[in-house]
Design a protein around this ligand. Structure first.
Ligand code: CAA
Ligand code: NAD
Length: 282
């Protein structure tokens, strides 16, 4: 299926990056947020990233302007009417995603494909909540989207061959390296990453070392680009907490259980970089 117009639901950390790479790859891109404040914030991140790219000599001023020209923002669902593909990147919550799909199905055509950027929810369950389980799948981008090369393409039990092929080709067309991941909690990357990040919090709770030393251990000792606490703050502690709960619910294994400190930090509004404070202050 040919994709010309892409809709993105959510212009937060992930949605803004996804909208940016779609627009940069020549797709007419419409990104939807819940209100104008959230929309302007997300669009501001995109502009800032593109401007920084120009300053660094990584993006030409023409490419920046073309990307911004392909991109529009909205707070309505109606503006997504003409989309061939909609990528959903809203909060990691089943009910919120279900109600967004229901609103979307009132306006888009039958052929429109839905893809979720979920980190850990069951894609088959998401697909089953729509009237298009065959035209539904997972397209899991990584943060920061414009820089990270990987995309996991997830087939729900119901995803048709055509939808899967279209999603895989789409990921390539936006300059990413797709891999096929199973519809199991955490897919491939988060299945490996989350137990490590959650264990780092447990180690910190148990007094293994300071935040700085634990981060230094993994950056300088293992060559990771970010230590676990810098990465948790980067991903968002709310998102990490939701993912842990979803994975624990499915596996019932202690290594996926959200540590008490993570829960308390989320309850205190310390969500990481995006809120100005997480394990570190920004
Ligand atoms: N425009 C264009 N290019 C830019 C840019 C911009 N505004 N800003 C940076 N870049 C380019 C740089 O030029 C550089 O490219 P080269 O390697 O070709 O030189 C590259 O991006 C990296 O930039 P920096 O060197 O300035 O940045 P850095 O070294 O500080 O790295 C980072 C930043 C890439 C984020 C790195 O810290 C990193 O990889 N961190 C780990 C991120 C990670 O693990 N993400 C996955 C999270 S888990 C997830 O997403 C899944 C989930 O479901 C939770
Ligand atoms: P975020 O909190 O930064 O952004 C979510 C945005 O969605 C918010 O701005 C919110 O206002 C908006 N939103 C909520 N309901 C909406 C609706 N009905 N329509 C349009 N917008 C709506 O979260 P995020 O980190 O961008 O995560 C989004 C999704 O991507 C989640 O499913 C998450 O698991 C997944 N994900 C996150 C990361 C990460 O590193 N943060 C990586 C990969 C995947």
């Amino acid at each position: 299926m040919q994709i010309k117009t892409v809709g993105v639901l959510g212009c937060g950390l992930m949605g803004s990056g996804i909208a940016q790479v779609c627009a940069a790859s020549g797709y007419r891109t419409v990104v939807r947020e819940v209100d104008d404040t959230a929309l302007q914030k997300g669009l501001g991140w995109i502009k800032k990233f593109l401007d920084a790219g120009v300053t660094r000599g990584k993006v030409t001023p023409e490419a920046r302007d073309k990307t911004l020209g392909n991109l529009s923002g909205t707070t309505t669902f109606d503006a997504l009417e003409d989309c061939d593909l909609v990528i959903e990147a809203i909060v990691e919550n089943l009910d919120a995603k279900r109600s967004a799909y229901a609103a979307l199905e009132n306006v888009v055509g039958d052929r429109t494909i839905f893809m979720s950027n979920t980190s850990s929810l069951c894609v088959t369950e998401l697909a089953a909540s729509t009237k298009r389980p065959d035209r539904f799948g997972g397209l899991h981008f990584f943060n920061p989207v414009p820089i990270m090369k990987l995309v996991e393409v997830i087939r729900a039990l119901t995803t048709s061959d055509e939808t899967y092929r279209t999603a895989f080709a789409f990921a390539q067309s936006v300059g990413k390296e797709p891999i096929t991941a199973p519809d199991r909690p955490g897919f491939i990357v988060n299945r490996l990453l989350m137990p490590y990040l959650l264990d780092a919090i447990r180690c910190y709770e148990n007094g293994l070392g300071t935040l700085e030393d634990l981060d230094k251990a993994m950056t300088l000792g293992c060559g990771h680009p970010m230590g676990p606490f810098t990465l948790l703050d980067f991903v968002g502690l709310d998102t990490s907490y939701y993912i842990a709960n979803i994975m624990f619910e499915e596996f019932r294994e202690p290594m996926y259980a959200p540590p008490p400190l993570l829960k308390r930090m989320v309850l205190a509004g310390r969500l990481g970089r995006k809120s100005g404070q997480g394990f570190y202050k920004y």
